[in-house]
Design a protein around this ligand. Structure first.
Ligand code: PLP
Length: 435
């Protein structure tokens, strides 16, 4: 595989961009490699600057549910761009996209557009604090909610301690307002609420985790959170930046039939353009400025080109509800391939698959939380990742990231991927024996 042009570009990038990348995981450090620079993409495939072609399972980390450069979306983006790329004024397109989101997701009566998932989560938390008059929030270890200060927090030592900064630059005092619990442990959450439930403004959760690998909620967990938050007057925030419009047109809340107070979206609703959104009931959302006292604003919020991409994407999903069955069936085929090959070659492997999200963990443990997800063998994963890339399968370069299946993955693409999974698990087995 030729990589010269990518390597040259990476060297240049390292001189002028920290780590050579604009988002850390892109640097391929976790797998000890340097990244291919992508030149273009079409359908299920991305092509790098050295002319290598890959079947893409990163899908821009989730947004490209319909595949890359899809005609209808490019057309809408082009029309919007020709009409002017930004006005900083109300436009019809932002009303249309807001109507589509409110119609798709019953718990959302009003929605505010922003430019990233991070911004949407940050704003939803501010709103929850404004609404409840409380300062603390509760998050779960291993869930990612963007990089705002209050969410870059890990658990302190001991179950009921306050959070600690998980990044340099996050004030300790600020992190103290973020409590951290173990995913899927409702007893622990109950204990926290018993200790300080009246101080908690909101519980925020990925209803299916996509950011420690794929981890589904266990039976009763989301329902338990719904009941506890209601009992203590805290808000339940579903971070649906990944699951929204992926687990179904009404997201994880439709999939599990749980109604959160606030919902956060991103990724898919921007159709590959920078968009985030947060929404909920009118009663809560009308606390936002200019109606209410919770301030939030954005120069490029509701940007017409971004709205056009989002509208076009949601329109395709809405008009073709069978897309979801087809996405899920493809993910299932991949899941089965992992299970079969791991069985045949006797490799410790667990696959979590929910809808069109899946990923293999190289472990014997059932993966239900961050600790069990971390038991996935990094050395084996890195070998697997490298072999797959050599075979033209573009996976996220981290054992904590999901595989995203898109509408554009054809039967041939899936077949080729299955072949690569089988032959590479076989190679891994041979290597394990040899060492
Ligand atoms: C990607 C992601 C975010 C952050 O979105 P950005 O657009 O990257 O800021 C927040 N929450 C979840 C669950 C995500 O996967």
């Amino acid at each position: 595989m030729e990589t010269r042009i990518s390597r040259d570009l990476f060297e240049r990038a390292l001189e002028v961009i920290p780590g050579g990348v604009n988002s850390p995981v892109r640097a391929f450090r976790a797998v000890g490699m340097t990244p291919p620079f992508i030149k273009r993409a079409k359908g299920a495939c991305v092509y790098d600057v050295d002319g290598n072609k890959y079947i893409d399972y990163i899908c821009s980390w989730g947004p490209m549910i319909l595949g890359h450069a899809r005609e209808e979306i490019i057309e809408e983006i082009t029309i919007a761009a020709q009409e002017g790329t930004s006005f900083g004024a109300p436009t019809e397109r932002e009303v249309v996209l807001a109507e589509m989101i409110c119609e798709a997701v019953p718990s959302v009566e009003k929605v505010r557009m922003v430019s990233s998932g991070t911004e949407a989560v940050m704003s939803a938390i501010r709103l929850a604090r404004g609404f409840t008059g409380r300062d603390k929030i509760l998050k779960f270890e291993g869930c990612y909610h963007g990089h705002s200060d209050g969410l870059l927090v890990k658990a302190g030592s001991g179950a009921l301690t306050f959070g600690e900064p998980d990044s340099s630059g996050v004030p300790k005092d600020y992190a103290k307002n973020t409590l951290t619990a173990t995913y899927n442990k409702i007893d622990q959450v109950e204990g926290i609420f018993k200790a300080c439930g009246e101080e908690i403004a909101a519980v925020i959760i990925e209803p299916v985790v996509g950011n420690m690998g794929v981890v589904p909620p266990q039976e009763g967990f989301l329902k338990g959170l719904r009941e506890l938050t209601a009992q203590y007057g805290a808000l339940l925030i579903f971070d649906e930046v990944i699951t929204g419009f992926r687990l179904g047109y009404s997201g994880a809340q439709g999939y599990f039939n749980i109604t959160p107070d606030l919902s956060v979206f991103g990724k898919i609703i921007g159709g590959g353009m920078p968009v985030g959104a947060y929404g909920g009931s009118k009663r809560i959302m009308d606390l936002i400025s200019p109606v209410g006292p919770v301030y939030q604003a954005g120069t490029l919020s509701g940007n017409p080109v971004a709205m056009a991409a989002g509208i076009a994407t949601l329109r395709v999903l809405k008009n073709n509800p069978k897309i979801y069955d087809s996405l899920n069936a493809k993910a299932k085929q991949l899941e089965n391939a992992f299970i079969e090959a791991a069985g045949e070659y006797d490799i410790p492997l667990v696959v979590n698959c929910v809808g069109s999200l899946l990923n293999p963990f190289f472990t014997n443990k059932k993966v239900v939380d961050f600790e069990s997800a971390s038991s996935s063998d990094a050395v084996v994963f890195n070998q697997y990742f490298k072999y797959m890339l050599e075979d033209g399968i573009y996976l996220a370069p981290s054992r904590y990231e999901a595989m995203f299946v898109s509408e554009a993955h054809s039967e041939e693409d899936i077949g080729e991927t299955i072949k690569a999974i089988k032959s590479n698990l076989k190679r891994i087995k041979a290597k394990m024996k040899g060492s």
